[in-house]
Design a protein around this ligand. Structure first.
Ligand code: HEC
Length: 409
């Protein structure tokens, strides 16, 4: 049964027309972004491509982890610590504050995909397709709560304690399992703000519980993600739109205006900017006051030499968050591509490669780099941490190679 519901949920998200559009450029993730968490010092995004990318708050990717054996379904920043991820493989991984290629700790027990996580800094709560809510106390102890009649879709620690939302349309408080509210359809997202709790889902409404209860109508389409900061509440639906609501006045302030919609996951950064991820696999940052996208981070765009091939520079934007072009650039998720042509695979000193790339059995030339992005890193170097991406347009590939020839010298 859970598998059926899961397929229906994914179908709901994937059926959206924007997803079917051809993607000309490779992207940060090799597929739609399903989960996003922004912490005090770093952010993490997870996708259907099974990878987690850890980002500096400046927008530079710092690490790529390909550890989960299934789509990454949930990510949280643990207050005062690192990140936790939950995935289709039923496992929960705990990551260091700036991320890394391997987790510090693994929690197992769920019998099915893990789809919801929350933390109050002391314990971690998880929920999944096995309909259970589990609370892990940090000392190896776990409490299993049963009550939902289907997958657990969202969790939050609020003033009222731990609250879970389910595909069964109920909102429950634990440990007692009392039903706080019952909605007509599946609840897909929760957010806590200023003593109140917001729940939203298939009915396209944001239900606010607390001292000033309210119902905000977002439209006929489901809401798939919520994030709150101060009196600002961001709500995303697969219809494409992200709305920014004022929870004090209970009114819509503005929508996000720019590329990258539909959005499936969102989070506020400490500086107030909103981060989003969605169907196109990219992570974007927005000014939440204007609703406009922030420009690419200065640190990465500045690295493009002025005489570089302009078409190639456009294609390289897909690589830029992870790869520097100079030898002295600060550490990023991928190795610097400085001097890449003629270089042996996996040989840049000081960079921690995956075992596959460390084998060093390829010399990077125009031909081998072209092959890497024609057949894809997953085919040419299976087991690599670089997210799956391909350049389907021969002209894009040629432009990228022209660009790399000058820019990596
Ligand atoms: C989300 C981050 C990310 C993106 C985007 C990305 N890469 Fe990578 N790349 C990596 C990582 C991580 C590695 C090292 C993988 C490993 O150790 O398995 C890597 C390795 C490589 C290597 C091998 C380098 C060596 O020293 O052997 C090349 C070449 C490369 N990438 C080129 C590109 C190009 C060109 C693009 C854009 C079309 C791109 N990458 C996009 C993360 C990324």
């Amino acid at each position: 049964m859970p598998a059926v519901i899961r397929a229906a949920l994914l179908g709901l998200l994937l059926a959206w027309p924007a997803f079917a559009q051809p993607q000309a450029e490779p992207v940060g993730h090799g597929g739609p972004v399903r989960a996003l968490a922004v912490g005090e010092a770093a952010a993490a995004s997870g996708g259907l491509d099974q990878s987690i990318i850890f980002w500096g708050l400046d927008g530079r990717a710092r690490h790529v982890a390909r550890w989960h054996q299934g789509a990454v379904e949930a990510l949280i920043a643990i207050p005062g610590a690192g990140f936790a991820s939950g995935a289709e493989d039923g496992r929960i991984a705990i990551w260091p504050p700036m991320g890394g290629p391997e987790p510090d700790m693994v929690l197992t027990g769920h019998e099915g995909p893990v789809t919801a996580l929350a933390s109050d800094g002391r314990s971690i709560a998880s929920g999944g397709f096995d309909a259970t809510v589990r609370v892990w106390d940090g000392n190896g102890g776990v409490t299993v709560h049963e009550g939902h009649r289907g997958p657990v879709t969202a969790l939050a620690f609020s003033d009222r304690g731990l609250v879970s939302a389910g595909q069964d349309g109920t909102l429950r408080r634990w440990p007692e399992g009392r039903v706080l509210a019952e909605h007509g359809g599946p609840i897909l997202a929760l957010a806590v703000f200023q003593g109140a709790l917001a729940a939203a889902g298939a009915d396209g409404r944001i239900h606010i519980l607390g001292s000033r209860p309210a119902t905000l109508a977002t439209g006929p389409r489901p809401v798939v993600a919520l994030a709150a900061r101060g009196t600002l509440l961001a709500a995303a639906g697969p219809g494409g739109a992200v709305g920014l609501w004022d929870t004090a006045a209970h009114r819509l302030l503005r929508g996000l205006d720019g590329p990258g919609l539909p959005v499936w996951a969102l989070g506020f950064a400490p500086d107030g900017n909103l981060w989003t991820g969605g169907a196109d696999g990219r992570i974007r940052r927005w000014n939440s006051t204007t609703g406009r996208p922030l420009s690419e981070s200065a640190a990465t765009t500045a690295a493009i030499p002025e005489d570089a091939d302009p078409d190639g520079a456009r294609v390289f934007r897909a690589c830029q968050a992870c790869h520097a072009l100079t030898a002295e650039a600060p550490p990023m998720a991928g190795p610097s591509l400085h001097g890449i042509f003629g270089r042996r695979m996996g040989s840049l000193a000081g960079y921690a490669y995956s075992p596959r790339l460390a084998q060093g059995d390829i010399i990077w030339t125009e031909e081998t780099v072209a092959d890497l992005f024609t057949r894809g890193p997953d085919v040419v170097t299976p087991g690599t941490r670089m997210p799956v991406q391909r350049l389907s347009e021969p002209s894009d590939l040629a432009a990228l190679l022209r660009f790399l020839q000058t820019a990596t010298r």
